[in-house]
Design a protein around this ligand. Sequence first.
Ligand SMILES: *Cc1c(COP(=O)(O)O)cnc(C)c1O
Length: 431
Amino acid sequence: MSRNLDQSRSLQKRAEKLIPGGVNSPVRAFGSVGGDPPFLVRGQGAHVWDADGNRYIDYVGSWGPLILGHAAPEVIEAIVQAARNGTSFGASTPTEADLAALVIDAFPAIEKVRFVSSGTEATMSAIRLARAATGRKIIVKFEGCYHGHSDALLVKAGSGVATLGIPGSAGVPEEFVAFTLALPYNDVPAVVAAFDKFKGQLACVIVEPVVGNMGCVLPTPGYLAALRLITAREGTLLIFDEVMTGFRVAFGGASELYNIKPDLTTLGKIIGGGLPVGAYGGPAKLMDMVAPVGPVYQAGTLSGNPLAMAAGIATLCQLKANRQGFYKQLDEMAGNLVAGVTLAAKEAGIAMTANRVGSMFTFFFTDRQVTDWQSASTCDTVKFGRFHGALLDAGVWLPPSQFEAAFLSAAHTQGDIEDTIAAAREALALL
Ligand SMILES: *Cc1c(COP(=O)(O)O)cnc(C)c1O
């Protein structure tokens, strides 16, 4: 049943000599699930192929961007056309405002937007802007939420206590995260306590409105509204990090789904259609604090890159063309997939809790409800690793960590879903 992975193994050996861990982003190394990471050579629709010719039904989707599937014809055509006219100028091109208009149209809270090249840059810049706008230093984030790898946001939180953060990575001086407060997610009293303790000092609250980065975790009813209420009252900016959820859980992201208007929104992933793009946006009066209009410096050699803009525009236009129908269908198909796999787990007597919003979901190996980092960490990660490996052998590729969200794309068919459920049933029976 095991696949041939000879080519991937030798490619990994070569890469490890040249690149730390052989990878350019850590989780690709399969550290938390074990097994050999396949090297991919092709993607088409819902499927990817590795260097040994094995085919997989892909639920990673490049970690979120590929909502239309791999190599969507409209997107590829747009990139090729743009490339023929030059790949980068370091001067303005018409397509930047085209993509900006699409983003602003989708997010009522955004009047002006600035494009950068990654989600990390987007959140880092939004926080700089929030500190400038409020004249305050302390930022609030939540345990288990990931906002990219900038110093101030790499904070491992203490368990449930409103203490100032300690660095979650070597090389980040304690002083750099001294102004980062990490609180438990879905815990309104913890937020209230922090606002009491640091009255008048909190610049912003940054949150994944639906968390993807501890696995898929939903906001409890009223949680986002409570964040909106308290931040507005205290003059603190609310930042929705919609790098993953923007154009994923709804066209207008979690802001649309839960009907909340944050002060600043960060975007990435889908807005680049598989090319490197991030963005941050908000009301004109805030965004006009950014250089060259205002005093908040932020720049980028490849920002607004014409290929990336073309891919983003092609993707968003495709989503917008059948806005209601598109998300409804993805939601139904993902619902079928998740129902099928959880039923299979139940039949196999395996404790599993599935969380899902639209086409983003996680199968947690625990009997607990997963609502925050503490409950997520009750998962049996060894079991998840074995499940992951068995699915790979059966030609199904889930994200290689228990604490990541999986994604369905518009390219997945009913047949892919049935094959996945069948593979999961076999894998679960063997655990
Ligand atoms: C992926 C992600 C980021 C970081 O984006 P990069 O493009 O990887 O730098 C930030 N925030 C959230 C919510 C993400 O999912």
